[in-house]
Design a protein around this ligand. Sequence first.
Ligand code: FE2
Length: 201
Amino acid sequence: MFKLPVLPYEYESPGKHMSAETLKYHHDKHHQAYVDKLNIALESAPELQGMPLDYLLSTGVVLPDAAKKAIINNGGGHYNHSLFWLCISPNGGGQPSGKIADMIIEKYGSYQKFVEEFSSKALGVFGSGWVWLLPNGDIITTSNQDTPITMGLSAPILCLDVWEHAYYIDYKNKRDDFVKSWWDIVDWESVSSRLDTPFSI
Ligand SMILES: [Fe+2]
């Protein structure tokens, strides 16, 4: 049985960047629903129970047709949100340093250019989806709850949820305001740690 992870901060902590109301709905309702539906899907596939989620979402597993869609959608929802909560912190923001900063500057020329590129991809996602930073510095987007590991790519180190449920309470339809504000809570220490220890669940 998969479980909803506990947030590593209080609902109120991200403050003006992400309200407690948004976090409560997003974590307690939306994320919880993915966990519940994933567990229900796995009831029909007992041979997969107890397997790590990374494995279930990887290209190396053949999922039974009856449960495949539900596992990909809800397993992706659980994986993506579990990483998303780790990417932000009330003490976040500012510019990265160390290895992660070197990687970004080598690939994009400057932190600012990287932010522009990532933000532009976030605004370019049509409908619901995600933006990802991979360990090699590539920025990619996915639709719905698709996740890079299902595409055979490395575990991502940073992600941004651009589903409307991530920002509508605080920013209404203004995804650009949400993305701009989100940079002030990105936890670069956490992002950097995933260069050495890939995210796994
Ligand atoms: Fe979400």
